[in-house]
Design a protein around this ligand. Structure first.
Ligand code: NAD
Length: 491
């Protein structure tokens, strides 16, 4: 395996775009084995939304002809490349985006290759009765438009592609501009391998130079039948206001409650693992912790025992001033994380706080009031505010407030089922994890399958191939059902 640096990818992308511009005036590429393909040879990289959607539509029609076997083969290549090239692509993603932790960039690619559901999720339903049969099948939409975040650029694209192709769709992606190079490299590798095997190019198409304008063009393109958006508040709002059906994997701000019945050492280990994963870039990652007063100091000690660095009040203040800034005007003014510190290492945060970090430090934490801006802000960096609460009721109430009604993810450490139930009901989140790290909610250390797009405001939950289907019913009146008397057949 060769190691490619970010500048190499940039030059590859420039070269591909130059080739695309030239190809507009040259003869169409050879027809592929799957029986079509005027865009064959692009390997998914496009300079315009129009071309990308046309190529994805062509690929969709070719995929339909190959049936479920074709989908299985295509997905197998995305899985294989995600696993085999994880090291190389993970390094590229880390070098380009400059956020998170290298080992987790690599791991995210590997786990998606193993844990994202494919065609095995595609089940049909049958109703059989006196009047014959009705079969309900899950059909593809066609071309899907996807918007992906910088926090997991290629993993989100690969995961969406597995789900969407399993359901028979194709996809055009407008990636985050700060993760476009690794996105292009991954998409090129997936398409090349798929084309070589089943003769279809461009099952996954990518806008090489993504902007808000190209995102808007994709949202409004008549060839795009469904939108899938993974990102923060602005893009989630734009998708919800779009005239097309949208699947929206929006922002989170996951609170943790620790009550007096919790196993504090397990709670500390779990919180550190979840909140420090990829330097707290995950939308499901622990962002603020509410601990009941009777075990507050013991919990802080457990955090230190488990390896996190506790900041004192002065250091927390210094970090807050550096890490959280105000954005927006008038009534819309609100705290946001400072861009330079998003996804940075715990040692960088320790230094910003005026504390001394250490080799291998994963998380810094400290006591704050509930009105510290770290509490309501999705900070996406490995510092956690810990708020002391009178009792479990207060902890659950403050957790609820801090989640802003996103209904994304919440975590509790407790052995009191009443507290678990109360919190589950009040916060009403898509993922609710008890006595484990947040990532257990995606099947990593817990049960269930994985996706990097968790549809929250639109309600589809952890996305699967079925998320990207439309139901079609086929009814046959009176015939074909083999139960019943032979005399009842009239002809
Ligand atoms: P971001 O919102 O800055 O960008 C996400 C994507 O939306 C990018 O491709 C960006 O170019 C595009 N975009 C932004 N504003 C837009 C607009 N007005 N119109 C069209 N496109 C627009 O988010 P990010 O920093 O890349 O990712 C982090 C955010 O995403 C966090 O809020 C996190 O919670 C969320 N997220 C959610 C999930 C989930 O599954 N629910 C998964 C990953 C990330």
């Amino acid at each position: 395996m060769t190691t490619t640096t970010a500048p190499d990818i940039a030059s590859i992308v420039r070269q591909v775009i130059a080739e695309l511009k030239n190809s507009a005036t040259t003869v169409p590429a050879a027809r592929s084995a799957a029986g079509g393909g005027s865009f064959t040879g692009h390997h998914g990289i496009f300079g315009s939304v129009d071309d990308a959607v046309r190529a994805a539509q062509e690929a969709f029609e070719q995929l339909e002809r190959l049936g479920v076997e074709g989908r299985k083969k295509a997905i197998a290549h995305i899985r294989r490349i995600s696993i085999d090239d994880a090291e190389e692509l993970g390094r590229m993603e880390f070098a380009e985006t400059k956020v998170g932790r290298l080992e987790h960039k690599i791991e995210k690619l590997k786990v998606l290759g193993e844990k994202v559901p494919g065609v095995e999720f595609m089940k049909s339903e049958v109703f059989s009765g006196d009047h014959g049969l009705a079969v309900i099948e899950n059909a593809p939409f066609g071309v899907i438009g996807a918007i992906t975040p910088v926090t997991h650029s290629l993993p989100t694209i690969a995961c969406n592609a597995v789900n969407m192709i399993a359901a028979g769709n194709t996809v055009v992606v407008n990636p985050h501009p700060s993760g476009k190079q690794v996105a292009a490299e991954g998409v090129r590798r997936f398409n090349q391998a798929i084309h070589r095997d089943i003769g279809i190019d461009n099952l996954i198409c990518l806008i090489a130079e993504p902007t808000l304008d190209t995102a808007g063009a994709l949202f409004n393109h008549r060839g795009v039948k469904l939108i899938c958006v993974t990102g923060g508040p602005a893009v989630a709002k734009a998708a919800l206001q779009s005239s097309k059906r949208a699947i929206v994997a929006g922002p989170g701000n996951p609170p943790v409650v620790v009550d007096e019945t919790a196993d504090l050492d397990n709670a500390a280990r779990s919180i550190i693992y979840g909140a420090s994963y990829d330097n707290n870039l995950l939308c499901i990652g622990e962002k603020q912790v509410f601990v009941v007063a009777s075990v507050f100091e013991q919990m802080m000690a457990a955090m230190e025992r488990a390896g996190a660095l506790r900041l004192n009040a002065q250091q927390v203040d210094a970090l807050t001033k550096r890490a959280i800034v105000m954005a927006g005007e008038g009534a819309h003014r609100h705290p946001v994380p400072c861009k330079e510190l998003i996804g940075q290492d715990a040692n960088v945060l320790a230094q910003a706080a005026g504390a001394v970090g250490r080799e291998g430090l994963e998380l810094v934490f400290g006591e704050t009031d509930n009105d510290n801006p770290f509490v309501p802000t999705e900070q996406m960096m490995p510092f956690l505010p810990f708020v002391r609460c009178k009792d479990a009721d207060e902890a659950i109430r403050l957790a609820h407030e801090s989640e802003h009604g996103f209904r994304h993810t919440a975590i509790i450490h407790s052995s009191n089922v009443r507290n678990m139930t109360r919190m589950g009901r009040l916060l009403d989140t898509t993922l609710f994890v008890k006595n484990g790290a947040s990532v257990a909610g995606l099947g990593l250390g817990g049960e269930g399958y994985l996706s990097f797009s968790i549809a929250t405001p639109t309600g589809e939950g952890v996305t699967t191939p079925l998320t990207f289907t439309r139901q079609r019913r086929c009814t046959l009146v009176d015939d074909l059902r083999i139960l019943g008397s032979a005399d009842s057949i009239s002809h």
